[in-house]
Design a protein around this ligand. Structure first.
Ligand code: AMP
Length: 434
């Protein structure tokens, strides 16, 4: 099936062709006609399925059916994302796919100066991509009018709830025109009861779109567990990267401190590495990601929240240096590989303390992940499991208390002061066109 039959305009087909896409992905086949028909949708789509184009292409087309207004004008489409990186990537997609259309877009997220964003908003934009915190900062400063929103997209809604954004989302919804006056598109990798509640409140007779079975990891991803003692994980990781000559590896740790420490240790092993997590400045995160994408950085060590939304084409290897405390995060983590038709490998280094976490993950996946013990790295049967607390084990030595990033999930965020809270902003991109 080619893109031509989906009802997209010539400008969009041209942009898609320039990207080298020859046929729509399964999610795109379903979302594009439904969104073009003006329906609300609730789409269960894993990351890497092409969902961004799945909502961006028809969104651009729908906005284009009405003539763009000149000068200062209210925003017509709002895309909310949980993280800065995802916001930046979605905004890039809007730019790319909309390059032949007379629509303007920009992105706002926290962690960078607000004034350039205010200036850009003042010029008038049709499509705004935003993280919830900075969006509300703009509303508080009266630099943004959301009363004319025609299309609302909640991208990675499950992660937004996990990150405690529900109150911010409610506040944003209260600023929009009524549900029935706008088109609402909700994307989520998993469907918890909380998401269903949000969907019920937000969507009008939505079309339910599901391309992969609920919580199922992409079939193209080969998953393997390597049982190993905790004290030998770093050694095993360096050995694997070196012996297989992996050139681009994304490694997950549970904590920010753990990410920093592992990146430093890998550097000592001669592997160019960088860490990204929520305590790093936006500049440092962007630099690390750019280095990783360009091949200068061989190993990127990340926490779950920092890695959310990273779109790195053809990433061949993802390593769970530590299993996540929340099983759904495993699905998100390994979704970084095996994207858009490519093969991928997801490796988990699992010590005795993590057996329960592994069982939880396997229960969620409804399948067992194959185990392979590497000769020389067999776990010592005399080591007994210890509980994992605060993202680290008791027997890890006196390294001070540390929390897994996102430990405050599900707690309502502190009352906003009207100033940036750190989550949410972005250099302005996308000038007016046409
Ligand atoms: P997403 O799930 O939106 O993050 O997209 C994952 C990756 O798939 C991105 O790198 C897109 O550029 C790519 N992609 C999206 N649609 C297509 C398509 N129809 N054919 C090939 N690649 C695509």
């Amino acid at each position: 099936m080619s893109f031509d039959v989906l009802g997209l305009s010539a400008e969009l087909l041209r942009a898609v062709g320039e990207q080298g896409y020859t046929q729509p992905t399964p999610i795109q086949k379903k979302t594009i006609p439904a969104i073009l028909a003006g329906k609300d949708i609730m789409a269960c789509a894993q990351t890497g399925t092409g969902k961004t184009a799945g909502f961006t292409l028809p969104l651009l087309q729908r906005l284009c059916t009405k003539p763009a207004r000149k000068g200062r004008r209210p925003v017509r489409a709002l895309v909310l994302t949980p993280t800065r990186e995802l916001a930046a990537q979605v905004a890039e997609s809007v730019e790319t796919y909309g390059r032949h259309m007379p629509l303007s877009s920009t992105v706002v997220f926290g962690g960078v100066k607000i004034n350039p964003q205010i200036e850009r908003l003042r010029q008038g934009v049709d499509i705004l991509v935003a993280t919830p915190g900075r969006l509300l900062d703009h509303v508080g400063q009266k630099t943004l009018d959301l009363s004319q929103i025609e299309i609302l997209v909640l991208d990675e809604a499950d992660r937004m709830l996990d990150m405690g954004f529900i109150h911010d989302i409610r506040r944003v919804l209260a600023l929009l025109p009524g549900n029935s006056e706008r088109q609402n598109l909700l994307f989520s990798a998993t469907f918890s009861d909380e998401i269903k509640k949000l969907a019920h409140r937000l969507l009008n007779q939505p079309e339910l779109i599901e391309v992969a079975r609920r919580n199922k990891t992409a079939d193209r991803i080969r998953q393997i567990v390597y049982p190993v003692d905790k004290s030998r994980k770093r050694e095993l990781l360096s050995h694997m990267i070196g012996s297989h000559d992996w050139q681009q590896v994304l490694v997950f740790t549970r904590t920010k401190h753990g990410a920093n420490r592992l990146a430093q240790q890998l550097e000592k092993d001669g592997l160019v590495s960088a860490a990204i997590h929520g305590n790093k400045s936006q500049g440092a995160r962007t630099r690390a990601l750019a280095g990783f994408k360009s091949g200068k950085v061989r190993v990127l060590v990340a926490t779950d929240i920092a890695a959310r939304g990273l779109d790195i084409d053809q990433l061949p290897h993802v390593v769970n240096y530590e299993l996540p405390n929340v099983s759904e995060d495993y699905v998100h983590r390994i979704g970084r590989t095996g994207r858009a038709g490519n093969e991928g490998e997801a490796i988990s280094l699992v010590c005795v303390d993590e057996h329960k976490l592994l069982r939880d993950i396997e229960r969620l996946l409804k399948r067992e992940i194959p185990r392979t013990v590497l000769p020389g790295y067999d776990p010592d049967p005399n080591i007994k499991a210890e509980p994992i607390r605060n993202g680290r084990n008791n027997n890890q030595g006196p390294r001070g208390r540390q929390q897994p990033e996102g430990q405050n999930r599900r707690k309502p965020p502190a009352k906003r002061s009207g100033r940036g809270r750190g989550t949410g902003t972005n250099p302005v991109s996308g000038g007016p066109r046409g």
